[in-house]
Ligand binder design. Structure first.
Ligand code: DGL
Length: 281
């Protein structure tokens, strides 16, 4: 498949956002709040979710394919609204793409360090994110004491739209068993904000939950302003959703997460595949 032609990337062009599934909608929601005039193309790679247990080089390949698909749709910037893909593909992707590219890890680390005065910070994430130590290394370099746990069952629970149920509570108790005293817990997967209620209940009072979505949106808004790429007021601020898997299932989970209305299209995952030579470019 040839690389897409260079897109028009003026301020009126949409922003691309992607995740393995519905998790990135938690970031999209904050982006829309911070950037009310922007239009978005959201790609949910539900045909290949979950990314968490997959090898990082495979996730990097998926992220590269998706970035090219978004560039082909004329985006002016790309938000990797997925911790697993941010851990596996940033900064390489940011270096190689012709548009500004943001991940979700750095803003989450900054938010946690600002809100955990005792410096005891828990990290919940996918297997890929936790194994990469992308959070632990940054936090420990800043003097924090960390405790991390991979929570693979959380993603299907959120994708199934059963985040606020006894199933979720039971699984959360299982993953949080044996934790040391903590001041803050980073929701190191963009699916997890859907579990905030359940996690707050299990963690109890005195533990601050860090959801990086707001911090990510603030960084993207700041950079777009600096680059002169903020969409002009009065534009069409809609969302175009591209879903590689089943659209009705995505819609169901998106509704549970309060995803905004928009147009939904099925994008066959085979349309995303790049040859090895194109991947390397
Ligand atoms: N929402 C993603 C993340 O932030 C991916 C979860 C998955 O696909 O395993 O890591």
């Amino acid at each position: 498949m040839p690389l897409p032609p260079p897109p028009p990337r003026g301020a009126s062009a949409p922003l691309g956002v992607f995740d393995s599934g519905v998790g990135g909608l938690t970031v999209l929601k904050e982006l829309r709040r911070a950037l009310p005039h922007e239009s978005f193309v959201y790609l949910g790679d539900t045909a290949r979710v979950p990314y968490g247990p997959k090898p990082p080089e495979m996730v990097r390949g998926f992220a590269t394919e998706i970035a090219h698909a978004l560039l082909g749709r004329g985006v002016k910037g790309i938000v990797i609204a997925c911790n697993t893909a941010s851990a596996a593909a940033l900064p390489e992707l940011a270096d190689r793409l012709p548009v500004p590219t943001w991940g979700v890890v750095e803003p989450g680390v900054a938010a946690a360090l600002g809100r955990a005065p005792g410096g005891r910070i828990g990290v919940l994430g996918t297997q890929g994110t936790v194994a990469s130590r992308v959070y632990q290394d940054r936090l420990e370099r800043a003097g924090a004491i960390t405790w991390a746990r991979a929570c693979p069952l959380f993603v299907p629970i959120v994708e199934e739209g059963v985040s606020d149920t006894a199933i979720a509570r039971l699984v959360a108790s299982h993953y949080l068993e044996g934790r040391p005293p903590l001041d803050a817990v980073i929701l190191g997967c963009t699916h997890y904000p859907a579990l905030k209620g359940v996690l707050a209940e299990v963690l109890g009072e005195g533990v601050t939950l860090i959801d990086s979505a707001e911090a990510v949106a603030a960084v993207v808004a700041r950079d777009l302003r600096r680059l002169g790429l903020l969409a002009p007021a009065g534009g069409r601020a809609g969302v175009r959703y591209l879903v590689t898997g089943d659209v009705p299932s995505f819609l169901h989970a998106a509704e549970v997460l309060g995803g905004p209305a928009g147009t939904y299209e099925q994008l066959p995952v085979t349309d995303l595949s790049l040859g090895p030579a194109e991947r390397a470019r």
